[in-house]
Design a protein around this ligand. Structure first.
Ligand SMILES: C[S@@+](CC[C@H](N)C(=O)[O-])C[C@H]1O[C@@H](n2cnc3c(N)ncnc32)[C@H](O)[C@@H]1O
Length: 281
């Protein structure tokens, strides 16, 4: 089944109070299109599935500014916890790690601090610009090489990396099974792949989650910026549609077809997020 990663006609209830409160904050935000020209583009970022990639880029270009603060608040501080668990799945002796959908390099920074050498890959230039700033601030820019490329066509030879991590990626691609295969292709035999994605909590948490994604996220996003308002409206329906279309047994089958064994899953924060990891045969 083909999963539609974005529907532009998704609607949410309007929250008048939040909108009024946001007006003064929004007027003080700087231009979010600030870019640094130093992140090279490798390989093709067009081609099959490019519609999904354009939508991902337009969504994240608008959310790059203050991405980390917004993600922290809107996840009630859970975001770093999820990243920490993901990074803990990477063996300490992995020398070279590819972090796909690196965004603002939160995971890449953690990996670099653990002593790994990292390639951080993403499609969206403003996210990569924020990533470069974060790496410089953290003093790990020398250990992380940023690349603009597409997860669908990685510009690396087979088995190049000791480990691959990816975060919140599969909802943004047209063919998630093919992307898992492509990511698995660049992991060496015996290496590890680990992913972090949003998940759908079971009842009774499902009802809190629904209120959070349908009310808090859109209203909170609106307080931050137009770009975050769009992300806030997009997330709940997108997560729900993906999780219903692709339950975990199907995701595990993608990993196994990509050559991974011992594929495991841990849900976090009452099932709102999940980390999946496995070892390449
Ligand atoms: C929700 S952000 C995650 C950022 C970061 N990893 C984190 O955990 O905060 C998803 C990222 O996936 C990137 N992305 C979406 N589709 C992609 C693709 N096909 N190839 C590479 N990156 C992609 C977006 O540009 C965005 O930066």
């Amino acid at each position: 089944m083909t999963y539609a990663p974005f529907q532009s006609d998704q609607r949410i209830p309007s929250i008048w109070g939040a909108w009024k409160a946001s007006a003064s904050i929004r007027s003080r935000l700087p231009d979010v299109t600030r870019r640094i020209p130093t992140v090279p583009t490798l390989g093709a970022v067009g081609g099959p599935g490019s519609h999904a990639r354009q939508l991902a880029q337009s969504l994240f270009a608008g959310a790059a500014y203050r991405y980390d603060q917004a993600a922290w608040w809107l996840s009630y501080g859970q975001y770093p916890r999820w990243h920490r668990f993901l990074v803990s799945r990477v063996p300490g002796d992995a020398r070279l790690v590819l972090d796909v959908a690196t965004g603002t390099a939160a995971v890449a920074t953690r990996l670099a601090r653990r002593g790994h050498r990292v390639v951080g890959l993403d499609l969206t230039e403003p996210m990569l610009a924020e990533a470069a700033r974060r790496l410089a601030r953290a003093g790990v820019a020398g250990r992380v090489h940023l690349v603009r490329a597409s997860a669908e066509a990685l510009p690396f030879p087979d088995g190049r990396f000791d480990a691959v991590t990816f975060t919140f990626l599969l909802r943004y691609v047209a063919d998630p099974a093919a992307v898992v295969r492509e990511l698995g292709r660049v992991v060496r035999a015996g290496g590890v792949m680990a992913s972090l994605e949003f998940a759908l909590p079971d009842p009774p948490w499902r009802w809190f989650w629904w209120l959070h994604t349908r009310l808090v996220l859109p209203a909170g996003g609106r307080l931050i910026s137009d770009g975050w308002h769009r992300v806030g409206r997009f997330l709940g329906p997108s997560i729900e549609a993906f999780c219903r279309a692709h339950p975990f047994p199907e995701v595990r089958a993608w990993w196994e077809e990509a050559g991974f064994v011992d594929v495991r899953r841990r849900t976090l924060s009452f099932g709102a997020a999940e980390v999946v990891w496995g070892r390449k045969r």
